[in-house]
Design a protein around this ligand. Structure first.
Ligand SMILES: NC(=O)c1ccc[n+]([C@@H]2O[C@H](COP(=O)([O-])OP(=O)(O)OC[C@H]3O[C@@H](n4cnc5c(N)ncnc54)[C@H](O)[C@@H]3O)[C@@H](O)[C@H]2O)c1
Length: 283
């Protein structure tokens, strides 16, 4: 019988701010968008942060907007919040670089409590026109990457008999989309990983969940817009079909969900898929 993951929340404690003091959050794809926001929110809530990003433009998709100094400016922002941080340039496909980052994090902090598997890429491709480059990048970064990172982080969580892994899938991990079969396959794959790891790791008090955002207001949509010769707003409105009257959700919405799932308030949530979809999947 597994012991309880966290303390029983006191009656009324749900209204208190989340507190991750003394914990360490390990975040991939942390330089921009959702990963960056989640890193900052964990730091604001008292956690120390390990922030990984590829540190350059990856080869796919061709159009990307991330600034190359984004990881450095994140370091400044985390320092301004008074948190300790390990910033690592690592491609999630590169086992050696990931292993180095995990080792460095363990030397610096001695623990990793939370893993947010978030790094990902997205481009459109019709099934009969998809290139090897698109297939390899999408599957290797979005699906194989989280496996490479988890296999290096999980031993430390197992040893501590505690941990939370949150996989950033997508609504495309719960439905399909035209010109998105490669992306949807990678994101459905994450759903399978989530459920399987939840079974395997529950005896070690490690919870595993996936989140499934609809469009999020990040550079990913700017890139798609540039590829399509349109605006990010139009991409959001066209592709989302959200029930609520928004073209997308904000990175703050994602961070709020991730922090709640990582907290003891969600101590019995594991193996689950959390849609942050503005109602899309119900339509
Ligand atoms: N933006 C959306 O509409 C949306 C919706 C649902 C899910 N998602 C998923 O959310 C995650 C975060 O995306 P985002 O919206 O913040 O986009 P983003 O482009 O702002 O952030 C993605 C980050 O991942 C990094 N990255 C890419 N390849 C990498 C690699 N090989 N190794 C390490 N880092 C790498 C990028 O440098 C970038 O900083 C992705 O997995 C994406 O598929 C995005």
């Amino acid at each position: 019988m597994a012991e309880k993951i966290g303390a029983v929340p006191a009656f009324g404690a749900a209204s208190a701010p989340l507190d991750f003091t003394g914990q360490v959050a390990f975040i991939t794809g942390a330089a921009s968008g959702q990963g960056r926001q989640v890193a900052l929110e964990f730091a604001r809530a008292g956690a120390d942060v390990v922030a990984l990003d590829v540190g350059r433009r990856v080869e796919y998709p061709a159009v990307q907007h991330r600034a190359d100094d984004a990881l450095l400016s994140l370091a400044d922002e985390l320092a301004a919040l008074g948190r300790r941080a390990v910033l690592g340039v690592a491609d999630v496909r590169d086992d050696e670089a990931v292993t180095r980052a995990v080792d460095e994090a363990m030397v610096a902090f001695g623990r990793i409590d939370i893993l947010f598997n978030n790094a990902g890429v997205l481009g459109y491709a019709e099934v009969d026109a998809i290139t090897d480059e698109a297939l390899d990048a999408t599957i290797d970064i979005n699906l194989k990457g989280p496996m490479i990172v988890a296999r290096r982080v999980v031993p430390h969580m197992k040893a501590a008999r505690r941990g939370v892994i949150i996989n950033n899938s997508s609504i495309m991990g719960l439905r399909g989309g035209a010109r998105l079969s490669h992306y949807a396959a990678s994101k459905w794959g994450l759903t399978g990983l989530t459920k399987s790891w939840a079974i395997e790791l529950a005896p070690f008090n490690i919870r595993v969940v996936s989140i499934h955002p609809t469009g999020v207001n990040t550079q990913m949509n700017d890139s798609l817009a540039e590829m399509e010769g349109t605006t990010a707003q139009e991409i959001g409105e066209r592709s989302a079909g959200n029930l609520l009257a928004v073209p997308w959700v904000e990175t703050e919405d994602v961070a709020a969900l991730v922090l709640w799932l990582a907290s003891d308030r969600a101590r019995y949530v594991t193996g689950a898929q959390y849609a942050l979809d503005a109602g899309l999947l119900s339509g």
